[in-house]
Design a binder for this molecule. Structure first.
Ligand code: ADP
Length: 180
């Protein structure tokens, strides 16, 4: 029998090269592009994604921390890009854990609503926004697991690590325990 744990895949790689129905972008509140994975996704996907973001900005003025919006994926090998805005790490004094969990659950909700089977995440907030990687890994795994228990997202959730440290903390036994 397929377990929930077996539907969560942890891999090392570049998220712009991943085949999944939806790819998640660690965006900022402006939705108009930035560095890190955001820059990589816009570069690889082409101007179509930025145009779609501009329309969302015109309609609703960007995206709040913890929330998510969906656009087409331009030249990427995906149907959609889901842009979510992670919290900037502030020593845990600003509800960062809850905000990060909201990024994962709201992104998966949008994916499910748009008929996606598979979704790929980068380590939201663990780059320029300085969220500790081990803490972020635990939140990611727990939130994804809890979501898959109660929602209809039939395919895989892929956690794409860009560096060895991210890969190591996601594979820590303590994170596996979170999924039992
Ligand atoms: P944030 O501002 O949310 O911290 P960053 O883009 O700075 O976003 O970093 C988020 C994570 O994405 C970091 O762990 C970074 O190493 C990783 N990353 C950067 N480029 C890529 C990429 N092309 N594919 C997957 N992950 C990436």
């Amino acid at each position: 029998m397929e377990t929930i744990t077996s539907r969560i895949r942890i891999i090392k790689g570049d998220i712009t090269k991943i085949q999944a129905d939806a790819i998640v972008n660690a965006a900022n509140t402006s939705l108009l592009g930035g560095g890190g994975v955001d820059g990589a996704i816009h570069r690889a996907g082409g101007t179509e994604i930025l145009e779609a973001c501009r329309k969302i900005v015109a309609r609703q003025g960007g995206c709040k921390v913890g929330e998510a919006v969906i656009t087409s994926a331009g030249k990427l090998d995906a149907k959609f890009v889901i842009h979510t805005v992670g919290p900037v790490w502030n020593n845990g004094n600003n509800n960062e854990d809850e905000k990060l969990a909201n990024c994962y659950s709201n992104s998966m909700k949008l994916a499910a609503e748009n008929g996606c089977h598979s979704i790929a995440f980068p380590g939201i907030s663990t780059g320029i926004y300085k969220f500790p990687k081990d803490r972020a890994a635990g939140i990611a795994i727990k939130t994804i697991y809890d979501f898959l228990k109660t929602h209809d997202l039939p395919g895989q959730v892929i956690l794409v690590c860009f560096d060895d440290e991210s890969l190591r903390v996601l594979n820590e036994p303590s994170n596996t325990y979170n999924t039992h």
